[in-house]
Write a protein that binds this ligand. Structure first.
Ligand code: ZN
Length: 505
């Protein structure tokens, strides 16, 4: 192996690690903005973040990166695309080639429109006035079309945008799996609604003191393996997880005294993201083998701990006695089975973030179909609210009385995040397929969960997914772990297995 290739590789890695370190500072500023920042600090914070993201973009498109890559792409270091060195070269090249295609002027215009778009959206949502947001949304889609053209695509411009969040995913494949899911899910949800059975959700709306919720949530997060020596839990309006570095992962939640599931499952969800971050390889920080592979796979980790584990009967066999002790004012007359039914309540609702795990995916399908139509120009932004309401009626059997509870409910499009929504459903699909495989591989998974033994599942995820970094693409990873491509069937099997007995259907 030539010395020049080795030297180029070392220099490229050192440079990339420094870029990642700068990015981690940007992330830290973002975490601080959403948890701690005094109200008037916003303007200067935006300046700090813009300054850092400019530095990061310049480094990502530095011509020196191109020269190092030229030395490396045909070297033996790149021969095995799944090795640490091969994956590093492949992924850095991929990012570099993508970033240099975007003209600086377009990058800046996208950033500026995202800031203005979010401001306009906040006002529009508050006043239930879609028309006031319409011009910025039109501008956003115009810019996203230009972005797709600049990056390039084979057949569908949506591919170019989806790729930012789910690398190598193709719209047609996602479409196929989500359509398969929708066709089975819509009648299934309707059958649940027609079953005449309803969980007693009042038991979840009793008095759950916030300090106890916090202590209880932390205790359960630690039990599943979230390491509080290498992470924190704080309060925010819109919960998120920020992996700031190898030993510093921040998760957040929000508390409501009269709503137990909101914070509890929120903490489990973010702790699931956190376990992925804490499971990444430290020695590869800032390099592809030490990075998460896609948003969909990230979401599969959070959804698995939140739902497949956290809403299972086995898990509550272990946790419920502790919950009763912690919340003597709320749960003394409640049985485990009653509680289990309540946390698995399914009913069509208007708001995506409050949706149960069955109807949730229909909310995503609606957004996925609409954003494709908007990008392709098949749907005018002016006609979006009507199209939104039609789809809610068709797939969920309900219609938003106001745009604020309808088309204006999500921040994503206003922030220029087009192609992001499907990763939420991909997360649910991957989670179900991985969980079914873990069940096969681990033998007595249910028994382990019921005994509070979470290490075997966590270790399985760590070895199969976390420590693989970006050495495989998401679709290669699914194929390797489960022996088949992603399908809607494991998720439908999982939902049927859980909900049919509860609803007697
Ligand atoms: Zn998530």
């Amino acid at each position: 192996m030539s010395d020049t290739a080795n030297t180029a590789f070392e220099q490229l890695c050192q440079f990339s690690r420094q870029t990642a370190t700068l990015q981690s500072i940007e992330e830290l500023l973002g975490w601080d903005e959403r948890t701690m920042l005094p109200p008037s600090g916003g303007e200067f914070r935006a300046e700090q973040i813009t300054c850092l993201s400019g530095l990061v973009h310049r480094r990502r498109t530095d011509p020196q990166v191109g020269r190092w890559l030229e030395e490396l792409v045909d070297s033996p270091l790149a021969a095995d695309p799944h090795s640490d060195t091969g994956a590093t070269i492949r992924q850095i090249k991929r990012g570099y080639e993508k970033h240099i295609k975007l003209p600086q002027s377009l990058v800046e215009e996208l950033a500026r429109t995202a800031v203005l778009g979010q401001q306009a959206w906040t006002e529009a949502r508050k006043n239930d006035n879609f028309a006031s947001f319409q011009p910025l949304l039109e501008r956003t889609y115009e810019l996203k079309r230009r972005q797709a053209e600049a990056i390039g695509y084979a057949t569908n411009p949506y591919d170019a945008l989806l790729d930012d969040y789910e690398p190598d995913a193709k719209t047609a494949d996602v479409q196929e799996v989500l359509t398969g899911l929708r066709e089975q899910l819509a009648p299934f949800v309707a059958a649940i609604a027609d079953s005449g059975r309803q969980a007693n959700v009042e038991i979840l709306r009793r008095n759950y003191p916030i300090d106890v919720q916090e202590a209880f949530g932390k205790q359960v997060a630690a039990a599943i393996g979230f390491d509080f020596q290498r992470g924190r839990l704080d309060v925010t309006h819109h919960p998120f997880c920020a992996g700031l570095g190898p030993d510093d992962c921040r998760i957040t939640t929000r508390y409501d005294e009269r709503n137990f599931p909101s914070a509890f499952f929120g903490i489990l969800h973010e702790a699931g993201h956190g376990l992925y971050e804490q499971g990444l390889r430290k020695d590869q920080f800032g390099l592809p083998p030490g990075c998460y592979v896609s948003l969909g796979i990230h979401e599969s980790q959070s959804r698995m701990w939140e739902n497949a584990v956290g809403r299972s009967h086995a898990f509550w066999q272990y946790v419920f006695p502790q919950a009763r002790k912690s919340f003597p004012g709320a749960l003394p007359d409640v049985t485990l089975d009653e509680f289990y039914f309540a946390i698995n309540d399914v009913r069509p609702s208007l708001i995506r973030v409050e949706a149960d795990e069955a109807t949730y995916n229909l909310h995503i399908v609606i957004r996925f179909e609409l954003e494709q139509a908007l990008l392709a120009g098949d749907l005018a932004v002016a006609d979006l609210p009507g199209a939104w309401n039609d789809k809610y009626r068709d797939y969920l059997g309900i219609e938003p009385p106001h745009d604020a509870d309808g088309v204006l409910q999500d921040i994503h499009w206003s922030a220029g995040l087009v192609g992001y929504f499907p990763t939420y459903s991909l997360g649910n699909l991957y989670a179900a397929q991985f969980f079914a495989q873990a069940d096969l591989d681990l033998g007595d998974l249910d028994g382990q969960l019921a005994r509070g033994e979470f290490a075997p599942l966590r270790e399985w995820l760590c070895q199969k997914i976390h420590r693989q970094g970006e050495c495989y693409t998401p679709s290669e990873l699914v194929q390797r772990i489960t022996g088949r491509p992603l399908s809607h069937e494991p998720l439908m099997d999982y939902l049927r297995g859980k909900l049919e007995p509860l609803y007697g259907i």
